[in-house]
Design a protein around this ligand. Structure first.
Ligand SMILES: C[S@@+](CC[C@H](N)C(=O)[O-])C[C@H]1O[C@@H](n2cnc3c(N)ncnc32)[C@H](O)[C@@H]1O
Length: 390
């Protein structure tokens, strides 16, 4: 996501009312639970509470008038490169499934690019948890030529038939609700929320069995114990999320794009306050307890966890690289140079800089390919192989 400065603007009256309504919904659940809710549950409600959560309700979210910008919104070049990778992976009759398709921009561009290459998928399915974003996707897809638009379907759940093709997810893993923890006297505590003076406050509690077991396993892998006061995130939803996807994938690949790190860097002793970030009107900050329901809450992805989860469901980690290396490997330079129009060339070069430069999206964002029944090398990972860092 694109970021801005730390100051957050004030809420409009409508946003304030929406935020209050969600806050009341969360407070009721805190009371019903005996006074404390895990951060994971708080994040699930803040983002997905029916009718009120950030992704369930009607705020603009993505794009200039929203809160953040993702790579498909920055430039069509991103999705054209993804289409190039899909073209290598798709067998005749193969399908694409996009999880969390945002405004539908990636679907639109991938379909146009694959049509131009004469390699359209039999179907382009979208699984979207936000009814509001699904509406936006439908409106955008309706502007495509009929031969493309008619291939797009929206699913309520993962396909039940054996899926042959490519499953895409850009910035979806970072939106899965995560646990937050703090180290105190060399013990792990779970962070959550309580109510004080009618306001949400952060409060720690003893970690439950699932978090304790995971922490014991994970801390044994770290080179040194984490200091008291260290705070970070663990996303226990990655494994069940991926297991569901793996269950339906008969042949093909899952391509995951997100900002994240291998575990040793994710839990680096100097990353003292974790990876949680909130996005509100193009400002980035780290307070999830303000602007509830009208700001996005995300956490970076521990890609070692994704690789472990993949292995557990018999998917092969076929590639892991920075976004920059993936885009260069799938031909972004050729796409930039494919025009004689100098203005268009300059525009593409400017967009590519945002996608590629290390200080922009090029390095923090990673791409991981998980395959089943496909053993040819993938162009997106020809230039860089970071798998040994996992
Ligand atoms: C940060 S947005 C990214 C949107 C889009 N992929 C893009 O790059 O512009 C996260 C998206 O994931 C969706 N989402 C969140 N959890 C999901 C889940 N479990 N399954 C499918 N989509 C999900 C959200 O509704 C939203 O569309």
């Amino acid at each position: 996501m694109g970021s801005g400065d730390i100051m957050t603007p004030l809420l409009s009256a409508e946003e304030a009312a929406h935020s209050r309504a969600l806050m009341e919904r969360i407070a009721a659940e805190v009371h019903a639970a005996g006074g404390w809710l895990s951060f994971e549950r708080f994040m699930a409600l803040a983002l997905y509470a029916p009718g009120l959560g950030y992704y369930s309700a009607g705020s603009v979210k993505l794009g200039a008038g929203g809160d953040f910008v993702t790579a498909p919104e920055v430039s069509g070049l991103f999705s054209r490169c993804i289409a190039a990778q899909c073209a290598e992976l798709l067998a005749p009759g193969g399908e694409i499934l996009e999880l969390g398709a945002g405004t539908g921009r990636m679907a639109e561009v991938v379909l146009r690019e694959l049509a131009a290459r004469g390699q359209l998928p039999a179907r382009y399915a979208i699984l979207e948890v936000s009814a509001d974003l699904a509406d936006r996707q439908r409106r955008r897809i309706a502007t495509l030529p009929a031969a493309l638009a008619e291939r797009v379907v929206w699913l309520e759940r993962l396909p039940e038939h054996p899926f042959d093709g490519v499953i895409l997810a850009n910035e979806v893993l970072d939106a899965l609700p995560c646990r937050r923890f703090a180290i105190e006297r060399a013990e792990i505590l779970e962070l959550g929320v309580a109510i004080e003076d009618a306001r949400l406050i952060e409060q720690s509690a003893p970690a439950d069995a699932a978090l304790t077991a995971e922490w014991t396993r994970l801390s044994a892998q770290l080179p040194a114990p984490l200091a008291d006061g260290y705070l970070s995130e663990i996303c226990l939803r990655v494994a069940p999320w991926l297991a569901g996807i793996a269950e339906c994938l008969a042949r093909g690949a899952v391509l995951l794009f997100d900002y994240g790190l291998p575990r040793a860097h994710y839990y680096h002793p100097q990353r003292l306050t974790g990876t949680l970030r909130c996005h509100f009107k193009h400002r980035v900050h780290d307070d999830p307890y303000v602007n509830i329901g009208v700001q996005d809450i995300t956490a970076w992805v521990d890609f070692t966890r994704v690789a472990e989860a993949a292995e557990a469901c018999a998917l092969e980690v076929a590639g892991f690289a920075t976004q920059a290396a993936f885009l260069l490997g799938t031909g972004i330079e050729r796409l930039i140079g494919e025009t004689d129009d100098l203005v268009e060339h300059a525009r593409r070069a400017g967009e590519a800089r945002r996608l590629l430069l290390p200080g922009e999206m090029g390095e923090a964002f990673k791409v991981m390919a998980l395959t089943r029944g496909f053993d040819r090398p993938l162009g997106g990972f020809a230039l860089q192989d970071l798998r040994s860092s996992l």
